[in-house]
Structure formats: structure tokens, C-alpha cells
Design a protein around this ligand. Structure first.
Ligand SMILES: [Fe+2]
Length: 199
């Protein structure tokens, strides 16, 4: 398969998967079962590993401090149902945060440790469990669910990240600083890359 053929096959596989995801939301709304079903759609998509080779998702340029690159695979005209491929080069430790919309993470290459938290009565967070996102597994989070992500080593990690609303639109995601016990907001994301469209 040429790179061009692969891009076309990938776009088609993504299109079909996102149709399934939208249909789940129409039928069930946003419930734990619905987002688990959406996760399963992406786990199936991730099995088409031939369509998502590392070479198609280059890491951030060495001149930037960024350790990850986010590639937009799909987004509706109203910015809903945003699917990205995220390539991380390790050394990631995020604070505990929410998303203000539903979120699904599914693994393709490498391991991303997710810590899941409950809010505590005094306004802090308590770790409840850890979950390793890797090939064949995924995590589905409701808008208020709290998680943090951790990647060790410097081997590339490639995951799907899918959100109810595009990351550029999300400017009210809260994160918790355990040293100051203060919650702040992440700014909306920028620097998301588009893959070249198949000719
Ligand atoms: Fe997150």
C-alpha cells in the first residue's frame, strides 16, 4: 500500500468509525455505557494498525520543548466528535484534570499510565486506581471524571484521543495542583496538526 492509498484507507476507516460513534450518542446520549461503546469502536479502529504507522505521525520538532504532537483525524463542522492521534515521546506527567466533555483514550503503541481520581470533601483529589492504556485497551471518561497521564521512558507512544468537543474549544478544563491545593484552568489547546488529505 502506498502512503497515498494508506491515507485514503485511513480516512475511510475513520469516517466509518465516527459514524458509529455519532450513532451511539444519538441512541444513548452521553452515559457510561455510551462512552464505553464509543471506546470499543476505537479499539476496533486501532486494530487497523497498518493504517496508523508511526511514520505517518512524526514527533515534535527537536527545536521545541513539546514532547507530544496531536494530529486531527476527524472533527465535525460544529467542532463536536473530535478524534486525534497523539504521538508522545515520553517524559509526560500531567496533573489531575477533567475535560468538561466526554473523553476516550485508546492505545496503539507503547504504554500510557492513567491515574483515576475521586474528588475529596476538602476540595482535593484521591487516587482511586491506575489503568494502563496500550494496544487493545482504552479508557472512557465522563465530563467530570478526573485523570492524569504518565509516560515513562522515551519510546514513542501513539494513542487515539477522542472528545465530545474539539480541544481548541475547551477552555474550562480544571486541573489540580497538589502542592498549592489550587484548581486552575488549562487554556484551550493550540498547535493541533492536520494530516494531509488523501489526494
Ligand atoms: Fe485528559
Amino acid at each position: 500500500m502506498t502512503a497515498k492509498e494508506r491515507a485514503a484507507a485511513r480516512a475511510e476507516a475513520v469516517r466509518v468509525a465516527m459514524m458509529q460513534v455519532r450513532a451511539i450518542e444519538v441512541a444513548q446520549g452521553v452515559t457510561r455505557q455510551a462512552i464505553a461503546d464509543m471506546r470499543d469502536v476505537l479499539i476496533d479502529l486501532a486494530k487497523r494498525r497498518d493504517l496508523f504507522p508511526l511514520e505517518d505521525f512524526p514527533p515534535p520538532e527537536a527545536t521545541t520543548a513539546r514532547k507530544n504532537a496531536l494530529y486531527r483525524l476527524s472533527e465535525d463542522p460544529d467542532h463536536r466528535f473530535a478524534l486525534y492521534a497523539q504521538l508522545s515521546m515520553g517524559g509526560t506527567n500531567s496533573p489531575a484534570h477533567d475535560h468538561t466533555t466526554w473523553a476516550v483514550i485508546v492505545g496503539m503503541e507503547g504504554q500510557e499510565v492513567n491515574r483515576l481520581y475521586d474528588p475529596t470533601d476538602d476540595g482535593a483529589v484521591a487516587e482511586r486506581e491506575q489503568f494502563v492504556v496500550e494496544a487493545g485497551t482504552g479508557l472512557a471518561l465522563m465530563p467530570d471524571d478526573l485523570h492524569s497521564i504518565h509516560i515513562e521512558g522515551d519510546a514513542p507512544v501513539l494513542n487515539f484521543h477522542m472528545y465530545g468537543l474539539a480541544l481548541e474549544q475547551l477552555d474550562r478544563r480544571r486541573y489540580y495542583n497538589p502542592e498549592t491545593h489550587v484548581w486552575k484552568h488549562f487554556p484551550a489547546s493550540e498547535g493541533i496538526r492536520d494530516l494531509p488529505a488523501p489526494a
